[in-house]
Ligand binder design. Structure first.
Ligand code: CP
Length: 338
């Protein structure tokens, strides 16, 4: 892996562009992980390792993407994804244009495709898009010539989150093969869970989905071992967190969208905390070196207890930091394909 290859050298001795070999990368878009091969995910992990080295330099700026225009077009709020993409593009020397739908001509009725074509007309090469409608990034990829990165579409996918999660697990635990990864919470509405299911299974890990039955996707009952109808690869399902967490290598808590209680999908938040909060007692059932992850934003005290969120096993802030390196890697890899 690139991190090992760069160890012992000064920052200036390592030049990410020249040192990364790209024997297999042919992808123009990052829309989900359902069609990513193991080799491609490994390529992202390796490239992100090199990018992390760039981020550790005193001057965090390389000219690798000079002349490339990266546009972020967000129809939903974001702190982590948007800021890390923009920082990633700037560190690589790209020009960055940031468009929030709430402050754009979308408010005057402009369609998604018209907005995307307008951004292409001003020279955008790579479009990073978040949209409330599942499938929106696919439409833009189909109707424009830009490289498109899905920064989250509806309940469907959040591939760059899953890639930074895979990178973070790999950093701590090495090869993901046979690692038990318990994903707990609102699986039904989670694009993070869906992309992680694809990414983790492709890497040979064992995802176990856990949460209230009302927050599980259709077809995902306990005992589920793979069913064509769900459109997802085989995973384990368990609605009992105390049982599911036994021997876990990773516990990934998801944000509980509090409006779910109003929608009648949860009896009460207090009940959810009692059955599904990851606290110290529950985490003690996992392996001694187990990682506690959360994509953020967190409802601290609901999905995870404050002690666990800020405890020794938490890698939540590392996930955020790794997001910059992983997004640098993706921008770099896509720009090479253009
Ligand atoms: N995890 C994540 O997507 O966070 P943001 O909504 O802040 O981008």
């Amino acid at each position: 892996m690139m991190e090992r290859a760069t160890r012992g050298k000064t920052a200036e001795e390592v030049r990410p562009v020249e040192n990364i070999e790209l024997p297999t990368w042919e992808r123009r878009h990052v829309l989900d992980l359902d069609d990513f091969s193991r080799g491609e995910i490994e390529q992202v992990i390796e490239t992100a390792g090199a990018m992390k080295e760039v981020l550790s330099r005193e001057i965090r700026r390389v000219p690798t993407l000079r002349g490339t225009i990266v546009v972020t077009l967000f129809y939903e709020t974001s702190t982590r994804t948007r800021s890390s993409f923009e920082l990633a593009a700037k560190v690589l020397g790209a020009d960055v244009v940031s468009v929030a739908a709430t402050a754009s001509s979308v408010q005057k009725g402009e369609t998604l495709i018209d907005s995307a074509r307008t951004l292409q007309a001003i020279g955008a090469n790579i479009l990073v898009i978040r949209h409330r409608q599942s499938g929106a990034p696919y439409l833009v990829a189909d109707r424009t010539d830009m490289s498109v990165i899905n920064a989250g579409d509806g309940w469907h996918a959040h591939p760059t989150q899953a890639l930074l999660d895979a990178y973070t697990i790999h950093q701590h635990l090495g090869d993901l093969r046979d690692k038990k990864v318990v994903i707990v919470g609102d699986i039904l509405h989670s694009r993070v869970a869906r992309s992680n299911i694809w990414g983790l299974t492709t890497m040979g890990a064992r995802p176990v989905l856990c949460g209230p039955p009302t927050l599980m996707p259709w077809g995902f009952q306990p005992g589920y071992r793979g069913n064509e109808d769900t459109g997802l690869p085989p995973v384990e399902v368990d609605t009992d967190l105390d049982r599911a967490i036994e021997g876990a290598d990773v516990v990934m808590a998801l944000r509980l969208q509090l409006e779910r209680q109003q929608a009648g999908l949860l009896p009460s938040i207090r009940e959810y905390i009692r059955l599904y909060q990851v606290d110290e007692e529950r985490l003690a059932r996992a392996k001694p070196n187990a990682l506690l992850m959360h994509p953020g934003p967190i409802n601290e005290g609901i999905e995870v207890s404050p002690e666990v969120a800020h405890g020794a096993r938490s890698v939540i802030e590392e996930q955020v930091a790794n997001g910059v390196a992983v997004r640098m890697a993706l921008l770099y890899l896509l720009a090479r394909q253009r």
